[in-house]
Design a protein around this ligand. Structure first.
Ligand code: TAP
Length: 532
């Protein structure tokens, strides 16, 4: 199979190329009306193929308008997690014995179903987590890609089982990758369909069963994913959905002795704690964790400034910086520093802050009150220790006052060592620093405990090669005007981090991802019984 020939689901780009962007807008707006009419419903958990009610519920609201309810969701507890893990454990034997070809077919079918309802899913995302329509559709497209790519990987590897020959006469040997059992899957709010679907598919297409917990803020879209998988033929108990807070539901899931492995994407603090807890249990297993980033971009003397300014503005402020891959610190050659910064400020001030339902909206609202408080706090610090060149304020526009809208912020004169230039903030905030030469730029870019995404703007081939050789990062992009650090595509650009940005150094959407969900078994039969 030609590994390079994977066609990504590129909804917006395809419409743009075909000159049918109007259809995209019409379909999206129709879907928003449909989903809005359904909002406010009550959503139980999904355990063993049945709805599961709880006494307590929590309310999710629209980050663009906090008065608008998305829905009521079951607020689970350790007892609900027990039930879900039990259902997943009971379903494991049947599912692991299901022929891999049948599993592949189910996930392909799910991809088709997700494609059929992509506008509904994108509209749900816009309303629930505030992505503008383009970003929302990209999130849905990525989820479809994960379903198709991982199904294709199982097929390409023929179920990860093969003969290893007869090393000495009479010893017939095979090698198999086999599932672990029940996986706990814990997802973040910021790619609530792509990452949720991707981790879940990785666990389940390889023969594990799963108990999945979405971020509390994005529970509705998780219900849509689980419903899609169920309609595609995933048997009862194989995928179970638990909802509730990280401490009430996430923690008991991670601590459960019958959970054999964990797939987690989220912050470094929570990820570290999960890894520690999981390894301290009686039976440790894999923790496949994708964590945060503090993504540096270098603009050298040999850069095309137009590309660099556009790449940084898009990378830093897409989805208001609420991406693990968001550009958050920029090291610019001294000679270009003033011009680069002036142009970045001008471009940033052009970005449209609006309700994400609007076709023109670029800047999204922040997901919750703690993100808003974090934004206000670091902007205050930036005013004290540096210069806020643009932004730094909560949007006071009365039309947007019910949402958590903030201005994209560009800051200079902050020492590279300062915590606001070193920690991940997950808000639209970028610091720009002058550097005397390329070596200093590389040194500062690498001076971080994170190593997720990074960008370079340079037209010099030697510089590009040297940068690839020396930069400590999982995802490396050169001269990417569309975004300096964000926007990876499944298969061609596997996604993951070095250092504290991940635990396994094998990337989502790549060729080495699925084996992490399985354990190796080496089988030898001596004598004729071992012959095929
Ligand atoms: P977190 O606050 O870490 O939450 C992630 C998930 O963990 C949520 O479902 C959360 O539940 C749950 N959780 C919280 N405390 C827990 C605990 N003690 N035990 C078990 N689960 C717990 O992250 P977030 O704010 O949703 O997402 C942003 C972070 O994710 C950023 O750091 C970002 O860089 C990272 N991220 C990384 C990547 C990759 S691929 N490296 C991709 C996307 C995001 P609640 O929602 O109920 O709190």
């Amino acid at each position: 199979m030609d590994q390079a020939r994977f066609e990504n689901e590129l909804t917006v780009a395809t419409h743009r190329n075909d000159g049918t962007l109007g259809e995209f807008h019409d379909s999206f707006e129709d879907a928003v009306s449909t989903v809005e009419a359904e909002l406010g419903a009550s959503h139980p958990m999904w355990i063993d193929g049945e709805p599961h009610e709880t006494d307590e519920q929590y309310t999710v609201t629209n980050p663009a308008d906090r008065d608008r309810e998305i829905g009521q969701f079951a607020a689970g507890s350790a007892a609900d997690v027990d039930l879900a893990v039990e259902a997943a454990a009971d379903a494991f034997d049947g599912w692991r014995r299901t022929d891999w070809r049948d599993r592949v077919e189910i996930f392909r079918d799910a991809a088709g179903r997700m494609r059929d309802r992509k506008y509904r899913l994108a509209a749900t995302l816009t309303l629930e987590n505030g992505k503008n329509r383009f970003e929302a559709m990209a999130d849905v497209d990525e989820a479809i890609d994960f379903l198709r790519f991982y199904a294709r990987e199982v097929e390409r590897n023929e179920g990860y089982a093969f003969d290893t020959g007869e090393p000495t006469p009479g010893q017939h040997c095979r090698n198999e990758l086999r599932p672990f059992g029940v996986f706990g899957v814990v997802a973040p709010f910021n790619f609530p369909i792509a990452i949720f679907t991707g981790m879940l598919t990785g666990a389940v297409v390889t023969g594990n069963t799963a108990v999945a917990k979405p971020a509390s803020a994005t529970s509705l879209v998780a219900h849509e994913v689980v419903e899609t998988l169920s309609e595609a033929g995933v048997p009862d108990g194989v995928v179970n959905l638990v909802t509730g807070s990280g401490s009430d539901v996430g923690q008991p899931l991670i601590e459960h002795e019958d959970v054999a492995g964990v797939a987690f994407t989220g912050s470094r603090a929570v990820g570290r704690e999960i890894r520690r807890t999981f390894f301290e249990r009686e039976k440790p297993g894999p923790v496949i964790a994708e964590l945060g980033g503090k993504n540096p971009v270098i603009v050298t003397e040999n850069a095309d400034l137009e590309k660099a300014v556009s790449g940084v503005a898009n990378g830093a402020f897409g989805f208001s910086g609420q991406k693990c891959s968001a550009t958050s610190r920029v090291y610019v050659a001294e000679a270009l520093f003033d011009e680069f910064t002036d142009r970045l400020v001008a471009e940033t001030e052009e970005l449209v802050i609006d309700d994400p339902r609007s076709a023109d909206a670029f800047v999204s609202p922040l997901i919750d009150d703690s993100a808003l408080a974090r934004y206000e706090r670091i902007c205050e610090t930036a005013r004290e220790v540096g210069t806020v060149r643009t932004g730094g304020e909560v949007v006071a526009d009365t039309d947007l006052a019910d949402g958590r809208f903030v201005e994209p912020t560009v800051v200079t004169d902050v020492p590279h060592e300062h915590e606001i230039a070193r920690e991940e903030h997950f808000v639209p905030f970028v610091t720009v620093h002058p550097v005397s030469d390329f070596d200093e730029a590389i040194e500062k870019a690498n001076d971080s405990s994170y190593g997720l995404c990074t960008g370079l703007f340079s037209e010099d081939e030697d510089e590009i090669e040297a940068w690839f050789d020396r930069i400590e990062s999982g995802m490396c992009y050169v001269n990417r005007e569309q975004s300096a650090t964000t926007g990876a595509l499944v298969q061609a650009q596997p996604f993951g981090g070095w250092k504290a940005s991940g635990t396994t150094s094998k990337f989502a959407g790549g060729y080495w991802y699925l084996p992490q969900f399985m354990r190796e078994q080496s089988r030898t039969v001596v004598g004729d019984a071992g012959r095929e």
